[in-house]
Write a protein that binds this ligand. Structure first.
Ligand SMILES: Cc1ncc(C[n+]2csc(CCOP(=O)(O)OP(=O)(O)O)c2C)c(N)n1
Ligand SMILES: [Mg+2]
Length: 375
């Protein structure tokens, strides 16, 4: 018989655990290792539904890529707890600057599913007019700002936005900035972290440490003991959280968000997780990593863990999950069909949203294009 696991009597403080420990509330068997703080009504169930939805949507989008219907896709398989646990802790008025794998946060905040799918098709249904690679969602109404493909650049964008919020005196608003473990080696990581620390800006940085930057393992990325410890050099607290424990991710991010909103400055949170799939649809991880490690991490699946926790409390059941997944599948299928019916982006939109007032030269080019002289 194995030794009985110790359950803490009170919820530990992730700020006290610090950058070298690991904050956890629910372990991989779905058992509480510390009391889960009170959650807003219905949040725990909504988080499970959103994680199930994200996994189903990711698989469907990847299938579309394999069928040649979209050009590229990056899933968040295995990271749904870190994505949704962190994203759910922000409020409607906050500005979010994601990296590659946080699209489900935009949906959580109310981005239309058809807009999400259309961005990947880049066709006439895409509100961003097909100007970005797939997975570069941006959604004005939910204040979800597109990443730029060069790794880490969104970190300085996020730090700049947090500074703007301060300068404008918008005390109700904070900023969220996401990155991967690999992005911590970028120049923008240093610039963004440094100025957020100097200005004590209202920002929460979330680093999804999925242990790989395409084929580069975390051990080859840094000589630091953890990613969270890097925060200390910039004068801000660094937390380290079990990224496959959605409730721990939510709680830690909420504490950091509340702290930022009180004007007490930035926090950096490393969420330890694992990328179960390839880096993207263009990648084959069997070429560079021992997939038996992936099997170990499959047993730590954030969906399974949270589902078991909810079932043990009587708040979820197999039947409810089957019904939810059937509905989600239907919703996704219908949305894909509606998006795919749209034609290509009209070519004249090349000239829209570029200049407030179109220069004469472009007017001339637009006329020539309309008359097909340029084709
Ligand atoms: C400046 C720059 N260099 C290289 C790339 C190619 N690239 C795309 S994603 C990626 C790895 C990112 O790893 P990480 O930050 O850990 O995020 P993850 O993909 O694991 O979520 C690289 C090297 C890029 N987009 N930009
Ligand atoms: Mg990574």
């Amino acid at each position: 018989m194995g030794a009985k696991k110790k359950t803490a009597q009170t919820t530990p403080d992730p700020y006290e655990i610090g950058p070298l420990g690991l904050f956890q509330l629910v372990d991989e068997t779905g058992a509480e290792v510390a009391p889960v703080p009170e959650l807003p009504d219905g949040l725990a169930v909504r988080l499970l539904e959103a994680m199930l939805f994200q996994r189903a949507l990711d698989q469907r989008m990847l299938n579309l890529q394999r069928q040649g219907r979209i050009g590229f896709y990056g899933t968040a398989k295995g990271q749904e707890g870190a994505v949704l646990g962190s994203g759910a802790a922000f409020e409607e008025q906050d500005w979010l600057f994601p990296a590659l794998r946080e699209g489900a946060i935009a949906l959580w905040r109310g981005m239309q599913l058809e807009h999400y799918i259309a961005q990947c098709f880049g066709n006439g249904a895409d509100v961003t007019l097909g100007r970005q690679m797939p997975c570069h969602y941006s959604d004005g109404p939910t204040r979800y700002v597109s990443l730029s493909s060069p790794i880490g650049t969104q970190i300085s964008h996020a730090a700049g936005a947090a500074r703007a919020v301060q300068v404008k005196g918008e005390t109700h608003r904070i900023v969220g900035g996401w990155m991967g473990d690999g992005a911590t080696s970028s120049n923008d990581f240093h610039a963004g972290m440094n100025f957020a620390g100097v200005w004590k800006s209202p920002i929460v940085f979330v680093c999804q440490n999925n242990q790989w930057a395409i084929s580069v393992p975390a051990a080859a990325q840094t000589a630091s003991e953890t990613f969270a410890i890097k925060a200390e050099a910039y004068g801000m607290p660094g937390l380290r959280v079990d990224g496959n424990d959605v409730l721990a991710c939510y709680h830690a991010t909420k504490l950091a968000a509340d702290r930022a909103r009180r004007g007490e400055g930035p926090t950096f949170i490393e969420m330890l997780t694992f990328r179960l799939g390839g880096h993207s649809s263009s990648d084959d991880p069997t070429k560079y990593r021992d997939e038996s490690i992936a099997k170990t991490w499959e047993k730590r699946d954030p969906l399974e863990r949270h589902r078991t926790w909810l079932v043990n409390r009587g708040d979820w059941s197999e039947e409810r999950q089957d019904d939810y997944l059937a509905d989600a599948g239907k919703t996704i299928t219908e949305a894909i069909h509606r998006v795919e019916e749209a034609g290509p982006v009209p070519v004249e939109t090349l000239f829209t949203d570029v200049w407030a007032e179109k220069p004469v030269l472009l007017d001339d080019q637009a006329d020539r294009l309309a008359n097909e002289e340029m084709v």
